[in-house]
Write a protein that binds this ligand. Structure first.
Ligand SMILES: O=P(O)(O)OC[C@H]1O[C@H](OP(=O)(O)OP(=O)(O)O)[C@H](O)[C@@H]1O
Ligand SMILES: Nc1nc2[nH]cnc2c(=O)[nH]1
Length: 176
């Protein structure tokens, strides 16, 4: 089944905003190094574009988490499927998310990473759907775009594992 997808954020808009965030992070951590934590799979596109715009010594690591629920709804139960390769103790960790929806994933991840004693923990998300928030106990340092409560795909985000490769963020309008 294919879908009608309307463009909400173009590749140009996304990359312009990502460059701004990269410049802010570069300024904030001048003279230090950072440890980027990419939450697979969705954040892979945002992480690579952002990493190219941060002019600091950097390590990039990956975590895979899953939330049990339906295709489009989070349940609040988060499971770590792949953990980081190295210790983050004493490091400037930057957690890179593609989207915050209910907030369950971010809340759980922040609590977990804090127990590992990073020097700093900074949160960035490309997209935020504030209308969907259930858990709101984490301050997000750098947000790309706030979006309305509609299901988005592209730039890493999927619908049933499809459409991650679209170079833009689009709304799924209907099935065709
Ligand atoms: O705020 P929440 O309601 O917890 O939702 C946000 C999470 O959902 C998405 O991941 P998903 O589980 O779809 O996995 P994926 O990145 O592999 O597509 C997204 O990447 C966030 O990690
Ligand atoms: N692909 C995708 N994943 C999500 N996870 C939470 N919200 C969304 C969304 O709008 N699109």
């Amino acid at each position: 089944m294919d879908h009608n997808i309307s463009v909400h954020l173009t590749e140009e808009q996304l990359n312009k905003r990502i460059a701004e965030i990269g410049a802010e992070i570069t300024k904030r951590f001048q003279g230090e190094s950072v440890y980027l934590v990419c939450i697979l799979k969705g954040s892979i596109f945002y992480t690579t574009e952002l990493a190219k715009r941060i002019e600091l010594p950097m390590n990039i690591d990956f975590m895979t988490v899953s939330s049990y629920g339906s295709e489009t709804k989070s349940s609040g139960i988060i499971n770590i499927k792949k953990d980081l390769e190295s210790s983050i103790e004493g490091k400037n960790v930057i957690l890179v998310e593609d989207i915050i929806d209910s907030g369950y994933t971010l809340s759980h991840l922040c609590k977990l990473l804090r127990t590992r004693n990073p020097k700093t923990l900074t949160i960035t998300t490309l997209l935020d759907k504030p209308d969907r928030r259930v858990v709101d106990d984490v301050v997000v340092d750098y947000t790309g775009f706030e979006i309305p409560d509609k299901f988005v795909v592209g730039f890493g985000l999927d619908y049933d594992q499809r459409y991650r490769n679209l170079p833009y963020i689009g709304f799924i309008e209907d099935e065709v």
